[in-house]
Write a protein of this length. Structure first.
Length: 329
């Protein structure tokens, strides 16, 4: 018995690496890449000449149990976008520029068509986010995963000028909070969603499989406006705003109209509106905190990118980070 008989096909993995390297003609930041896919590690030249006091920004994430739905639908390219988005959308909350991305793909037995579809989604999302796919890891683990299934994780690194980094330290009383529409549930809440829609999943699978929206281009376009802070609205819903608001302040939250699919979830689950807002993004994928006199400029940019801007409330002095409307408390 050899390694291949045991379930690990090194030649297939090498074939996947060769295919991925052949897809690298249009990669962002290639002038900064010293070495990339195919080695033990990658080298990237930090563009320090463009910054006075550069800070590196790093984050990691996965796509959760949305993968289970992807296996049922046999659709993987959107999952690749989900993986990139969950990382780079976190990264840009600091006003940072994404530089490069790495993925981890682990499966019981490598299916080249499946892996290529997934990595095509990763590549396209990196290109859309002006982020270089610089490396990754493909692991075969026989007997560890059910047949045809895999797990994935992403890792991204970016850069920001220290004096220009957004964060809670800039937030002031009377700042406004403006949300940006999501493309759907993104990659959160799927353990519950799969149960709620299991009897008629075919009717909702396309909507539930919609990939996570990528916000780096929008963030890059609004950097000169004067943003104070921003949040990626992921697991935990609107509570994510509390992570970018200083102690002693909170957002006096307004009601907003949830897209119909969230109302359907509310009906099926029996969750209160408050519970819904703390579980799903409820149509808000990203949010900016900024001075009131800059709001119109921000909304113009959001509209230019084809998204919807939603007024979410104002910052005020408070011991609660999130002050919910009285009708949902």
């Amino acid at each position: 018995m050899d390694y291949k008989d045991a379930g690990v096909d090194i030649e297939a993995a090498d074939s996947l690496v060769d295919w991925l390297k052949s897809q690298s003609s249009d990669e962002p930041h290639r002038n900064l890449k010293v070495s990339g896919i195919g080695g033990f590690a990658s080298l990237f030249r930090v563009p320090i000449d463009q910054y006075k006091k550069p800070l590196l920004v790093s984050c990691t994430d996965g796509v959760g149990t949305k993968l289970k739905l992807a296996f049922d639908c046999k659709s993987y390219i959107g999952i690749g976008q989900d993986l990139v988005a969950m990382c780079v959308n976190d990264l840009v909350t600091l006003g940072a520029q994404p530089l490069f991305f790495l993925d981890y793909f682990s499966t019981g037995r490598l299916n080249l068509d499946q892996a290529k579809e997934f990595l095509s989604g990763v590549k396209a999302a990196c290109l859309e986010s002006d982020c270089l796919l610089i490396g990754g890891e493909t692991a075969e683990m026989p007997g560890f995963y059910p047949s045809g299934e895999f797990d994935c994780a992403g890792f991204s690194v970016g850069i920001v000028e220290e004096a220009e980094a957004w964060g809670a330290h800039l937030v002031q009383s009377e700042d406004c909070v403006v949300g940006v529409s999501s493309s759907g549930f993104h990659s959160n809440g799927y353990s519950l969603l799969r149960k709620l829609f299991e009897k008629d999943m075919k009717d909702y699978s396309q909507e539930l499989m919609t990939p996570t929206r990528l916000y780096p281009k929008l963030v890059n376009s609004v950097k000169k406006i004067g943003i104070h802070s921003s949040a990626h609205i992921t697991g935990g819903g609107i509570e994510n705003l509390g992570r970018v608001i200083p102690d002693g302040m909170g957002v006096d939250l307004k009601n907003w109209d949830f897209p119909e699919i969230y109302k359907e979830v509310e009906k099926r689950s029996g969750l209160t509106k408050l519970e819904l807002m703390k579980t799903f993004n409820c149509g808000i994928g990203f949010a900016f905190i900024l001075p009131q006199n800059k709001v119109s400029l921000l909304k113009e940019e959001i509209t230019k990118h084809g998204y919807r801007a939603i007024d979410l409330g104002k910052i005020q002095e408070s011991q609660k980070k999130i002050i919910y409307p009285s009708e949902v408390n």
